[in-house]
Design a protein around this ligand. Structure first.
Ligand code: PLP
Length: 475
């Protein structure tokens, strides 16, 4: 008996055939990627699996269209359809997050942060300078005023979470442009608890007097009190910018509400759209009305033409996230993360902050004599895909590290539940206990006989029970 293939199968199959007719190696690599992702037990906290509708919305004619500007106000003609998808993406985003304003153009999280930094500088530094000079735009400034403005733009302060405490490299890390364009200072976490110490942060902010206070993280396993952050920002006259790239799905799914929801508290919120939010790879900025005009000038400020095809996919993904089942998904992410953490703790694995109350877990493997790099490689050999990450005050730095970061958004999308995540924790602990560093090496290690093979086989069974993209069959 033959069964009719699903619409997704037909669509992806046809697309691959069209691609294969031009460059078969690319079609083969795309097919192989699906195969590899299906086989992998992915605990990478920043990854997920977008829906077929979101993926398919990206491959189309919007890719051919220039649309610099904003809907209804473009630098190019014939942008009516890009206007439609950009407006839809922004409308869905505003409704989803309860934001006054949404800008879905940034191509990535880093782009979103750059747009936000420069828009805040424009609003706080450039606009008052133009008003003082009595002109409307920078082109009308005389040479001396222009030189003064450029100096003032390059002379501002930003306070963000340090990389080793869980902040992102765009929050003021010197090798990143954010560390070069601002006088920058970092806040860490309490050495005893691993938690943000709001009293210490208040004191530091009062001494440092930043123009921008950045909250948000890539590797902090706890929730943040954004109301407290806003109070501190107001006290020192700072703009509060929250980078919710990692936990946007938990905000959208109403797991983070009240003081834990950044949107009502921050002046500007940036995000990626591809992590816990489960959309296409991209970025977005949300803001209050006050900051909207500056952010709308993301092009020509930082960006060129927006990716209309990706904005179409953002609109689809945001529409999905507005459905009631997304809230259930977001809650399951956190339940799974807790189950994973509890299982690791039962086995004596040390966790930064002693656990989690969001989508990620940060294990400190230094106690078992491994670097993060060794643990990451040993786990990968055993079929568990994780990534190494610095822990607070990490003696091994950001390359070798002493930590392993784990996240549950992807496995939760596949349908794994708390019992399976608890078992995954046990499998991880089995591997870590069986792994030994070779001499003083930060890279080489051995795994006791048979452990990697056994864990790999069980990991394959676990993911095999939860097929990825079950509606998609490639022949
Ligand atoms: N902000 C945070 C907090 C992140 O974790 C990341 C990515 O890891 C980014 C920004 C950058 O996102 P992208 O890789 O899309 O530029």
């Amino acid at each position: 008996m033959t069964t009719t293939p699903s619409p997704e199968s037909t669509a992806f199959q046809a697309a691959l055939q069209v691609i294969a007719d031009v460059e078969p190696a690319v079609a083969a690599a795309i097919g192989q990627e699906l195969h590899d992702q299906r086989e992998s037990l992915k605990l990478i906290a920043s990854e997920n699996y977008a829906s077929p509708a979101t993926l398919l919305a990206m491959g189309n004619w919007f890719s051919d269209k220039y649309a610099e500007g904003t809907p209804g106000r473009r630098f190019y003609a014939a942008c009516q359809n890009v206007d439609t998808v950009e407006r839809l993406a922004a409308e869905h985003a505003r409704a989803l997050f309860g934001a006054e304003y949404a800008y879905p153009q940034p191509h990535s999280g880093i782009d979103a942060n750059l747009v936000a930094f420069w828009a805040i500088l424009a609003h706080r530094v450039e606009t008052p300078a133009l008003a003082e000079a009595g002109v409307k735009n920078v082109d009308a400034l005389g040479e001396a005023d222009w030189a003064n403005l450029r100096r003032a733009l390059g002379d501002q302060r930003m306070l963000g979470m340090s990389l080793d405490a869980g902040g992102h490299l765009t929050h003021g890390f010197r090798p990143n442009i954010s560390g070069k364009m601002f006088h920058q200072a970092s806040y860490g976490t309490d050495p005893e608890t691993g938690l943000i110490d709001y009293a210490a942060l208040r004191k530091q902010a009062n001494e440092f007097k930043p123009l921008i206070l950045v909250a948000g993280y890539s590797a902090y396993p706890r929730r943040v009190d954004f109301a407290a952050m806003r109070e501190i920002a107001d006290e020192v006259g700072a703009t509060l910018m929250v980078d919710m790239a990692h936990f946007a799905g938990l905000v959208a799914g109403k797991v983070f509400t009240g003081d834990e929801d950044p949107v009502p508290h921050a002046h500007v919120v940036t995000t990626t759209t591809h992590k816990s939010l489960r959309g296409p790879r991209g970025g977005m900025v949300l803001a209050t009305e006050e900051y909207a005009p500056s952010i709308d000038r993301g092009c020509p400020l930082v960006l060129g033409g927006p990716l209309g095809n990706v904005m179409a996919a953002k609109a689809v993904a945001f529409a999905e996230a507005r459905r009631p089942d997304f809230a259930d998904y977001a809650q399951r992410i956190v339940d799974n993360s807790r189950a994973l953490a509890e299982s690791l703790l039962r086995r004596g694995v040390v966790l930064v902050t002693g656990g989690t109350d969001n989508h990620l877990v940060l294990a400190d493997v230094s106690g078992v004599g491994l670097t993060g790099r060794q643990a990451e490689a040993a786990l990968l050999e055993s079929g568990l895909v994780t990534n190494r990450n610095a822990v607070p005050g990490d003696p091994n730095g950001p390359w070798y590290t002493s930590g392993i970061r784990l996240g549950t958004p992807a496995l939760t999308t596949r349908g794994l539940g708390t019992a399976e995540l608890a078992e995954v924790g046990d499998l991880m602990a089995d591997v870590l206990e069986a792994t030994t560093a070779v001499g003083d090496s930060k890279v080489k290690f051995t795994i006791a006989d048979g452990v990697a093979e056994r864990v790999r086989a069980r990991a394959a069974e676990i993911v095999g029970a939860h097929p990825l993209y079950p509606g998609v069959e490639l022949v």
